[in-house]
Design a protein around this ligand. Structure first.
Ligand SMILES: [Zn+2]
Length: 144
């Protein structure tokens, strides 16, 4: 198992972990089932997005810890508790809602970093590309 930092960087940039193509999302919250450039299936196994949940939870809590810690440090001893509370609640709601798609992309990159496609997944990618000859990508796409 060889770690590929490039795949992780691509994932963090909302690009395909395998080929680096842009445009892996059909809309803000919806991934294409496969990369339109290389055919890699993004949901590689059942439960795939548990990894994305782990990433968004960790990311949110790191931001929350920074918000709270820096807030305490900067304002001590006259801490604006209500501001810290309201800001913390807003942060814990907004960050997961806004950054969940990014966490999926990061997870795809992280997963691919450690586990490149196996032979069956390579075949699936080739089949997905062959089935997606429609130049109007994203419209009228049949199957997945
Ligand atoms: Zn790709």
């Amino acid at each position: 198992m060889a770690f590929s930092g490039q795949a992780l960087v691509r994932g963090m940039a909302n690009r395909c972990a395998r080929c680096g193509a842009r445009g892996i999302f059909r809309s803000y919250y919806r991934l294409y089932p496969n990369c339109r450039a290389c055919g890699m299936r993004f949901e590689r196994e059942s439960g795939e997005w548990t990894g994305a949940l782990m990433i968004i939870i960790a990311f949110t809590e790191i931001l929350f810890a920074l918000w709270f810690g820096i807030g305490l440090w900067v304002t001590w001893p006259d801490v604006p508790w209500v501001l810290l509370l309201v800001g913390g609640i807003a942060l814990n709601i907004l960050v997961p809602v806004l950054f969940y798609p990014w966490s999926q992309s990061v997870w795809i990159g992280l997963h691919y970093s450690f586990v490149p496609l196996d032979a069956a997944e390579e075949a699936d990618a080739i089949a997905a590309l062959a089935a997606d000859d429609d130049p109007e990508a994203g419209t009228g796409r049949a199957g997945s």
